[in-house]
Ligand binder design. Structure first.
Ligand code: COA
Length: 171
């Protein structure tokens, strides 16, 4: 009999902070795969607003807020190369969101390089709901910095954390 191999996928990102667009991808992945590991990565090109611990806590709390019924989602953080982390976690694939054509070139390069480094780990692209295609964490941080309400775009815990962060920063 053909035994079903458990499908574990990694959804990596900086998540500074996590948005409804990320959550949309995570929920789609949790429908398709046995286990989804939302993995907070260190991106050497970025200097995040939130510390690693804060970002991880926001990811965990956001998941509790949006989808507590989804029991196949885990959270983690890693340093170093994504494919090394994915291999260590016995992952079958890396999940990435494709929001627009502008994402494609960067994603294409990253997927091909990751495949060169670890041929057995595939990259799976999922499309978020169209209402999230224009979202990114920089825009959210920018709106919050100028005191705009971002609760349409992020979970309540994230909106509150942004408000607190900018109140502390500027008052
Ligand atoms: N909804 C809303 N926003 C989204 C989104 C979605 N579905 N998907 C991505 N975004 C946003 C992110 O919030 C981020 O916003 P920002 O740049 O304004 O902060 C932006 O789109 C880019 O996201 P992403 O491409 O996921 O970048 P990232 O920095 O979050 O993640 C890593 C990149 C961490 C996956 C990559 O750097 C990595 O793998 N690092 C590990 C080291 C490594 O292996 N490097 C070699 C790679 S070949």
């Amino acid at each position: 009999m053909n035994e079903h191999k458990k499908t574990v996928v990694i959804y990596p990102g900086t998540f500074d902070p996590i948005t409804n667009g990320h959550l949309d991808i995570i929920e789609r992945a949790s429908e398709l795969f046995d286990e989804v590991i939302v993995a907070l990565a260190r991106n050497s090109q970025k200097s995040p607003l939130f510390s690693e611990q804060e970002r991880l806590k926001l990811v965990e709390r956001s998941l509790m807020e949006c989808c507590p019924h989804r029991t196949n989602i885990r959270t983690d953080a890693f340093q170093g190369l994504l494919v090394e982390y994915a291999t260590a976690r016995n992952a079958t694939a890396v999940v990435r969101g494709l929001r627009a054509m502008s994402d494609f070139e960067y994603e294409f390069q990253m997927a091909l390089m990751n495949r060169k480094l670890a041929p057995t780990i595939s990259t799976v692209f999922l499309m978020p709901h169209e209402e999230y295609t224009y979202l990114n964490s920089t825009i959210i941080r920018e709106l919050a910095r100028y005191g705009k309400d971002v609760s349409d775009f992020v979970p309540n815990v994230v909106a509150a954390a942004l408000k607190e962060k900018f109140e502390i920063k500027y008052h």
